[in-house]
Design a protein around this ligand. Structure first.
Ligand code: ADP
Ligand code: MG
Length: 231
């Protein structure tokens, strides 16, 4: 089991934050679709992975010390060839070292560029009173400014997930707004149930943040994930 390996590794290194790569491996094992994301300790390796995955790709700094990767200049999207990957690698390293000189950087992660979709966030936090709760909302400005999210106590069933996707203010966007295709809401509801089941079985996890995932007319994919373990 990947989860046991990752938990053991984190314990050995005495850290509670998982990397995006580790978080996605764990979520993938829980049945949640994530972009295939691999670690490149060197520029040469980054190019090799990009050629394996296929262009365009996304490069991101991989460091448990850097929470907001874009703010540190640690994300470069839509890289279309070897040269762009090489330049992005150098630019990310230079920027992150400048912005967060004390961050421990294990390398750069390489993943496929997901096609644009409706930005969604999903996650889990532990409430002092209720214990683990799962969260669903629309991503981007809607969540940052309007806090348009719904919560349910774990474990949830499909009917709860249906309520969760129904009760957000921005529900219309899920249904397809102004010529946009509708999102695959049933798929998102299944993801919420999978997330809940996983969380229910895994008390060692304190927090999960999938921000964003892209929802399509058919399916969805997580492009950024973060997991924090219990101390
Ligand atoms: P941050 O740590 O700043 O939250 P993210 O990993 O979320 O970094 O990346 C920032 C933005 O880049 C995302 O909100 C998303 O719009 C875009 N992005 C990240 N990964 C991908 C990907 N694999 N495919 C397409 N866009 C992506
Ligand atoms: Mg993010």
């Amino acid at each position: 089991m990947i989860i046991d390996e990752v938990l053991a590794q984190a314990k050995k290194e005495n850290r509670s934050v998982l990397t995006e790569i580790e978080a996605k491996q764990i979520l993938f094992e829980a049945g949640i679709n994530c972009t295939d994301t691999r670690l490149a300790p060197t520029k040469e390796k980054a190019v090799a992975i990009a050629e394996e995955i296929g262009y365009p790709v996304v490069l991101k700094v991989s460091s448990v010390d850097i929470t907001h990767k874009s703010d540190a200049g640690g994300v470069k999207v839509n890289l279309k060839n070897k040269e762009e990957v090489e330049n992005a690698f150098d630019e990310i390293m230079a920027s992150c070292k400048k912005v967060q000189p004390n961050a421990d950087i294990e390398g750069i992660s390489v993943q496929g560029m997901a096609k644009p979709g409706l930005e969604i966030i999903m996650g889990m936090i532990k409430d002092d009173t209720f214990g683990p709760v799962v969260m669903f909302g629309l991503g981007g400005v809607l969540v940052e400014v309007l806090k348009d999210v719904s919560f349910r106590i774990v474990p949830i069933e499909k009917a709860d997930a249906v309520e969760m996707t129904n009760e957000i203010q921005g529900k219309k966007l899920l249904e397809g707004y102004r010529g946009q295709p509708p999102a695959d809401v049933a798929y998102l509801q299944d993801m919420l149930v999978k997330l809940s089941n996983f969380v229910h079985q895994t008390p060692q996890i304190n927090e999960i943040d999938m921000n964003p995932l892209f929802a399509y007319e058919d399916g969805a994919v997580v492009v950024d994930a973060r997991i924090i373990l219990e101390d």
